[in-house]
Write a protein that binds this ligand. Structure first.
Ligand SMILES: Nc1ncnc2c1ncn2[C@@H]1O[C@H](COP(=O)(O)OP(=O)(O)OP(=O)(O)O)[C@@H](O)[C@H]1O
Length: 861
C-alpha cells in the first residue's frame, strides 16, 4: 500500500499496527474504538458489527468498523475468548492541546492468558498465562502466573510436546509464551487444545531475587524471565503484585496425569463438561471466591507428604469438633471479598473507590476471624490465628479516607471521606454553600416575583439560569435579568450574582474533583505498598475457607479422618464413591471395602456390565485424593499409605481433540503408567484391551498385569470382562480375584453392587442389554446365538471354561489336559510355546493364526 497517499491519521494507525500485527488494534477515535483494513473485515464478522468505510485520502475508501468505548469490554472479551489478542490504543494527549494529529499509543495488549476481568472470568477459577522452555537436559519447564491474583508456580513438564501441552491444559493455562525455537514443536498440540502460543525471545530485567522463590531450579528461570518480559511488554502497568514464583517439586505433590484428572472427574464431569458431578462440585462449600480457587488448586495438586497432609486434616478435625468457631468463621468469611484480585487491581492501577471499600470490609473481618480462631480449643486453629495479620495499617488508611458507600465509578467524586483532607472539605463547603445560596435565591425570587413556577436550573452550556414560563415574563425585573436562551414556552435568564456564585461552585467542584482524584491515587499507592501483607492475608483466609468447607462436607456426608501408615497397605472399610452417593441421594449406595496389603496388592475385578466395577475403582482413587488434599474420606474407616502417583486407564474420555483413537489413547495411558509408576503409586486399569480384538486385548491385559506384578509392585485395581484372566491369580501371588455381585431373578439381572472375594461366574451381558431396552427380537436372537456358541465350542475354546482358555496363555501349558487342544492338534501348545512373540509383528501373528485355522479346517474335514 502506498502509505504516503494516506491521511496522516491513517499513517499513524499503520505505524502502530506494524508492532501489533497479530492483534486486533482498537484505535481510539473520540468515543469509539475503530478498526481498519483486515482487522475491520475480520472483526465485523466475528463481532457481528456493521462494516463501514472511511476516506483514506488518495487511497480511497478504507474498510472500517468500530465499537463504542463505553461498551467495548464485552467485545474485547469476545475476541479474547476466541483466542485473539486485542491491542488497546488510546489518545495519550489532550486533543485540545495537540498540535496536528493527537498522539496515540498502545496502552495494553489483552490476550487469552492476561484477561483479568469480565463476564467469563470465573470467580472461582484462575486465569493462567504460561511460559515454556526447554532445559539443557531436554526437559520442558512450565511456568504459570495468574495476572489477576499475582500467584505463580513452576514445574517440569515431561520431555515431549504432547505431555507439555496436556499438562498446560490441565493447569488451565490458556496461552503459552515460548521462544521462537519452540514454536513449531508445540504449535500443532497447542492448536488442538485451543491454547494460544505467543512468542517472546527476550528476558525481563527484573530483580530476580523477588521474582522466584529460592527453591526454583536454575533451568526453569529463563522461562520465568521470558514470561515476566512478556507481561511487562503487554501490560505496560505496574506488576508489583506478582508474588514470587513457587517451584512445585514433583515429589511434594501427588502426581495425577492430565488424562486421569479428566477421567476421575476432579473439577469437571466428563459428560456435560460442567462442574456438576465433579469432586470439586461435591467439596465446594467454600464461601469466598478465593477459597473456591484454592480448593481447585489443592485438587489439582494433592500433597504427597504425611506431615503436610496432617496439618490440614488435623485442622479439619478441630473445625468439626468446634462447631461454634466453625460457624462463626464461616459467617465472617462471607464478608470477605476477593482480596487477592482486589490487590491485583490495586497493583494494576484499576481499583475503584468501591473496590477499596470492599477491601476495607474484607480486612475488617480479619481481626474477628483471628479472634475466633484464637479462642478455640484447637492447637492448629490457634496456630492459624497467629499467622493471620489483619493488615491494620491498610484498614486504618481505608477507614480514614474512603466514604462508606462509594459510587461504582470514580468519575463523579464522592470517594474521599469528609474530614480526610482540609482543602477538599473547604472546596466541598464552598460548592455546597453556593448551591444552598442558589436554592435560597430560587425561593426568594419566587416570592419576590410571585411566579410559583420560577426555577433555577443548570446545564453544561449555559451554566445556572433562572427559568420563567413565557406567560410570566412580564412579572420579572427586566433590568436585573439578562436573557440568555429562549425555549418554546419559557425564557432563561441569568443575573450577575448568579454567575458569580456559579463561578465559585464550578471552580470548587472542578478543583475538588481533581484533588479527590489525586488523594485517591495517593491512597491507592499507599495500599499498594502493603500488597505483600494483603496477599499473605488472602492466602491464610483462602486456606481457612477450604478447611472449613472440608469440615462442613465431612460432617454432612459422614466422612472419616484417614489414618496414614508408613507402608503401602490400604484398608478402606465401608468406602463409598462420594459423588455417586450424593447423586443417588436416597441412601441406596452400597459401601464396599478395599483391602490391599503385602499379600495381595492387586485386585482383579470381574462382574457384569453396570455392576459397579468402575465406580468401585474410582472411589478408591477419590478416597486417596481426598485424603491427600487434607479432607476426610467417604468410608467408615480408612487406613492409607501416602501415594505418590495415580495412573488410570478408565474409559469414556477419549482424546478425540488430540486426534487419537480410543485404543491408541488406552495404550498411551498404559504406557505412561508402566513407565512411571513406582511401588508407592496407585494404578487403575478399567477393562484394558477392550478396544481391540479379544485375543490381542487379553494378551495385552495379562502382559501388563504380569509386568506390574513382577516389576512395579504398585497397588493396582484391574477390572476385566475377560473371565479367562481370573486364573492368573494362581501364578501371580499378589493378585487377588474379587467380583461385584449380581443376582438373577425371573431371568432379570439384579445389581447388588457388593464387592466380594473370588471371580464372577457369569457375565449377564444379554440381560443388561435387555435392561437397556434393546428390541426384544434382538435379545431373543442373542440368547439363541449364545446357546449355539456355548454348545458348539469344544471345552478348550475360549469363554466356556475359564481355566481352559487361560491355559492357552499358560507358560507351562501341559499342566492341565484342557491346555492340549483335542486330538490331531496336540502339537498346537508346543507350537505356541515356540513362538518368538517379541520378534513377531501383529501381521506375522495374524498369518500364523490364519495358517493354523486353515490346518484345523483341513483336519476337521
Ligand atoms: N456401590 C454402589 N451402590 C449403588 N449404586 C452403584 C454402586 N456402584 C455403582 N452403582 C451404580 O451402577 C452404575 C454402573 O456402575 P459402573 O459404571 O461402575 O459399572 P461397571 O461395572 O463399570 O459397568 P461396565 O462394565 O458396563 O462399564 C453407576 O452409574 C451407579 O449408578
Amino acid at each position: 500500500m502506498a502509505v504516503k497517499t494516506l491521511t496522516p491519521m491513517m499513517r499513524q494507525y499503520l505505524e502502530i499496527k506494524e508492532d501489533y500485527k497479530d492483534a486486533f488494534l482498537f484505535f481510539r477515535l473520540g468515543d469509539f474504538y475503530e478498526m481498519f483494513f483486515e482487522d475491520a473485515l475480520n472483526a465485523s464478522q466475528i463481532l457481528e458489527i456493521t462494516l463501514t468505510s472511511r476516506d483514506g485520502g488518495q487511497t480511497g475508501k478504507i474498510p472500517m468498523c468500530g465499537v463504542p468505548y463505553h461498551s467495548s469490554a464485552g467485545y474485547i472479551e469476545t475476541l479474547v475468548r476466541k483466542g485473539y489478542k486485542v491491542a488497546i490504543c488510546e489518545q495519550t494527549e489532550d486533543p485540545a492541546l495537540a498540535k496536528g494529529i493527537v498522539r496515540r499509543e498502545v496502552i495494553q495488549l489483552i490476550t487469552p492468558g492476561t484477561l483479568t476481568e469480565g463476564r467469563t472470568v470465573g470467580e472461582k477459577s484462575n486465569v493462567y498465562i504460561g511460559s515454556a522452555g526447554r532445559t539443557g537436559e531436554g526437559e520442558y519447564a512450565l511456568v504459570r502466573i495468574d495476572l489477576s491474583t499475582g500467584e505463580g508456580t513452576a514445574t517440569y513438564a515431561g520431555r515431549d510436546p504432547k505431555s507439555l501441552v496436556s499438562e498446560a491444559e490441565a493447569l488451565q493455562i490458556r496461552e503459552i509464551v515460548v521462544p521462537d525455537e519452540l514454536y513449531l514443536d508445540l504449535h500443532e498440540q497447542a492448536q488442538a487444545r485451543s491454547i494460544l502460543l505467543s512468542i517472546e525471545n527476550e528476558e525481563a530485567d527484573r530483580d530476580w531475587e523477588t521474582a522466584l522463590t529460592d527453591a526454583c531450579p536454575a533451568p526453569i528461570r529463563p522461562s520465568a524471565a521470558r514470561l515476566l518480559r512478556y507481561l511487562e511488554r503487554t501490560q505496560k502497568r505496574s506488576l508489583s503484585h506478582l508474588q514470587p514464583i513457587v517451584y512445585r517439586e514433583q515429589k511434594s505433590v501427588l502426581s495425577i496425569d492430565p488424562n486421569s484428572r479428566r477421567n476421575l472427574e476432579l473439577v469437571r464431569s466428563i459428560r456435560g463438561g460442567g462442574e456438576k458431578g465433579s469432586l470439586f462440585w461435591l467439596l465446594d462449600e467454600t464461601v469466598t471466591a478465593m477459597g473456591g480457587r484454592r480448593l481447585k488448586q489443592w485438587i489439582h495438586e494433592p500433597l504427597a507428604g504425611k506431615d503436610a497432609i496432617l496439618e490440614r486434616t488435623d485442622a479439619v478435625e478441630e473445625l468439626i469438633a468446634d462447631f461454634f468457631v466453625r460457624g462463626e468463621v464461616r459467617e465472617l468469611l462471607k464478608g470477605v471479598y476477593d482480596i487477592e484480585r482486589l490487590a491485583g487491581k490495586v497493583a494494576l492501577g484499576n481499583a475503584t473507590g468501591r473496590e477499596l471499600a470492599q477491601l476495607r470490609r474484607s480486612l475488617s473481618q480479619a481481626g474477628p476471624i483471628r479472634g475466633s480462631l484464637a479462642a478455640s480449643g484447637g492447637e492448629k486453629l490457634k496456630r492459624m490465628a497467629g499467622s493471620i495479620d489483619p493488615c491494620t495499617d491498610v484498614l486504618a488508611i481505608l477507614e480514614r479516607s474512603i466514604t462508606d458507600d462509594p459510587p461504582i465509578s470514580n468519575k463523579e467524586g464522592g470517594v474521599i471521606r469528609e474530614g480526610y483532607h482540609a482543602r477538599l472539605d473547604e472546596l466541598r463547603d464552598a460548592s455546597k454553600n453556593g448551591k444552598d445560596w442558589i436554592a435560597a435565591l430560587e425561593a426568594e425570587e419566587r416570592s419576590r416575583t410571585g411566579i410559583k413556577s420560577l426555577k433555577i436550573g443548570y446545564n453544561r452550556v449555559f451554566g445556572y439560569y433562572i427559568e420563567v414560563t413565557k406567560s410570566n415574563v412580564h412579572l420579572i425585573d427586566q433590568e436585573r435579568y439578562e436573557r440568555k436562551q429562549t425555549l418554546a414556552n419559557a425564557e432563561r435568564y441569568i443575573t450577575p450574582e448568579l454567575k458569580e456564585k456559579e463561578a465559585i461552585i464550578l471552580n470548587a467542584d472542578e478543583e475538588a474533583l481533581i484533588l479527590e482524584a489525586e488523594l485517591f491515587q495517593a491512597v491507592r499507592d499507599e495500599v499498594r505498598r502493603h500488597i505483600p501483607s494483603i496477599q499473605a492475608l488472602a492466602d491464610c483466609l483462602s486456606t481457612l475457607d477450604v478447611l472449613t468447607a472440608f469440615a462442613e462436607v465431612s460432617e454432612k456426608y459422614r466422612f472419616v479422618k484417614p489414618v496414614f501408615n508408613e507402608g503401602r497397605e490400604m484398608k478402606i472399610i465401608g468406602g463409598r464413591h462420594p459423588v455417586v452417593e450424593k447423586m443417588l441421594d436416597d441412601g441406596t449406595y452400597v459401601p464396599n471395602d478395599c483391602i490391599l496389603d503385602e499379600g495381595s496388592n492387586m485386585l482383579l475385578i470381574t462382574g457384569p456390565n453396570m455392576s459397579g466395577k468402575s465406580t468401585y475403582m474410582r472411589q478408591v482413587a477419590l478416597t486417596v485424593i481426598m485424603a491427600q488434599i487434607g479432607c476426610f474420606v467417604p468410608a467408615d474407616r480408612a487406613e492409607l499409605p501416602v501415594t505418590d502417583q495415580i495412573f488410570t486407564r478408565i474409559g469414556a474420555a477419549d482424546d478425540l481433540a488430540g486426534g487419537q483413537s480410543t485404543f491408541m489413547v488406552e495404550m498411551m495411558e498404559s504406557r505412561l503408567a508402566l513407565a512411571n509408576a513406582t511401588p508407592d503409586s496407585l494404578l487403575l486399569f478399567d477393562e484394558i484391551g477392550r478396544g481391540t480384538s479379544t485375543y490381542d486385548g487379553m494378551a495385552l491385559a495379562q502382559a501388563m498385569m504380569e509386568h506390574i506384578h513382577d516389576h512395579i509392585g504398585a497397588n493396582t485395581l484391574f477390572s476385566t470382562h475377560y473371565h479367562e484372566l481370573t486364573g492368573l491369580s494362581e501364578t501371580l501371588g499378589r493378585l487377588k480375584n474379587v467380583h461385584v455381585a449380581a443376582a438373577e431373578q425371573n431371568g432379570r439381572v439384579i445389581f447388588l453392587h457388593k464387592v466380594k472375594d473370588g471371580a464372577a461366574d457369569k457375565s449377564y451381558g444379554i440381560q443388561v442389554a435387555e435392561l437397556a431396552g434393546l428390541p426384544e427380537s434382538v435379545i431373543r436372537r442373542a440368547d439363541e446365538l449364545l446357546g449355539e456358541f456355548e454348545a458348539e465350542k469344544p471345552a478348550s475354546e475360549p469363554y466356556t471354561e475359564p481355566e481352559g482358555q487361560l491355559s492357552l496363555f499358560d507358560e507351562a501349558g501341559e499342566e492341565t489336559d484342557s491346555a492340549k487342544p483335542a486330538g490331531s492338534q496336540s502339537g498346537l501348545a508346543g507350537e505356541i510355546e515356540g513362538l518368538d512373540l517379541l520378534r513377531m509383528t501383529p501381521m506375522d501373528a495374524f498369518q500364523w493364526l490364519h495358517g493354523m485355522q486353515e490346518r484345523l479346517k483341513r483336519n476337521g474335514r
